[in-house]
Ligand binder design. Structure first.
Ligand code: ADP
Ligand code: MG
Length: 263
């Protein structure tokens, strides 16, 4: 049984515009899949739909997690089932410290795994794990005591997203443009963090429009995404080909433009 399975997934915006036009994709544990596509092709729309964002309706097809149909499940339920989405544009939550946010999120997942009975993590265990992961991901202690994403630089936001992932230990991680705004050092830390977590317990879907992060994450499968569809799938060599000749060969307007897609 696959970890994440998308079957002919179509996604529309609230005004009815169809953005994702039939995606089939299977991701298993111990696998890293990359989706590469130009700006505006619908990559973030697809990741929101996978995560269960209410503004992105699946109008056709199914999303399965561990073989269970979650197409109509809420974002919370999906998270409790082990899905994690690192957003392209993480929101600030003024008044909530990083540490408190992480503990609340962990306890919500533990509660659901315990069949709805509260089973909070011991404070000592939480701190030990937090400090271990922070050292590994080079997140400063100071950052953890600040309000979530409030005044964080792009690089700090992404590191904290990866810290969340390391703490929550999801089964399936979807990373939407986690590379944007990162310098090379931060990129290496983030990619290393993802690579260490992917294994028998976790699979990952890395969404990007630059090849850069893939040099460090080394995906097993690469999918080219143009105008709401996967137009070609292959191994890591597909990313090299894209780097050289861009998305035009699949009918995209250009390789990295702002409006993008073949609309
Ligand atoms: P990508 O992540 O590949 O750059 P997006 O999924 O962000 O692409 O966007 C695909 C298309 O859907 C774009 O034309 C974008 O303007 C539109 N779109 C996405 N989300 C919204 C939204 N919430 N409201 C209006 N338009 C949206
Ligand atoms: Mg996007």
């Amino acid at each position: 049984m696959a970890l994440l399975e998308l079957q002919n997934v179509h996604v529309a915006l609230e005004d009815g515009t169809e953005i994702v036009k039939g995606v089939d994709l299977t991701v298993d544990t111990d696998e890293v899949h990359a989706i590469m596509g130009p700006n505006g092709s619908g990559k973030s729309t697809l990741s929101y739909a996978i995560a269960g964002h209410p503004a992105y309706a699946v109008t056709e097809g199914r999303i399965l997690l561990d073989g269970e149909d979650v197409t109509n499940a809420g974002a919370d339920e999906r998270a409790q089932r082990g899905l994690f989405l690192a957003f392209q544009y993480p929101h600030a939550i003024p008044g909530v410290r990083v540490t408190d946010f992480l503990r609340t999120a962990i306890n919500a997942i533990r509660k659901s795994r315990a069949g709805g009975v509260a089973d909070p993590i011991a404070v000592k265990d939480f701190r030990e794990e937090l400090f271990k992961q922070m050292d590994r991901l080079k997140v400063s202690r100071e950052l953890a005591s600040r309000y979530l994403n409030d005044g964080f630089s792009g690089g700090e936001k992404k590191r904290v997203e990866i810290l969340q992932m390391a703490m929550l230990k999801p089964r399936m991680a979807v990373l939407d443009e986690t590379d944007s705004g990162l310098d090379i050092d931060a990129l290496k830390v983030v990619a290393g963090g993802v690579k260490e977590l992917v294994g028998p317990e976790m699979g990952a879907l890395v969404i990007t429009h630059y090849k850069r992060i893939l040099d460090y994450i080394e995906p097993d499968h690469v999918h080219v995404f143009v105008d709401g569809r996967i137009v070609e799938s292959g191994g890591p060599e597909l990313a090299d080909r894209l780097e050289e000749s861009g998305y035009e060969q699949w009918g995209a307007a250009n390789g990295n433009g702002g409006t993008g897609g073949a609309q």
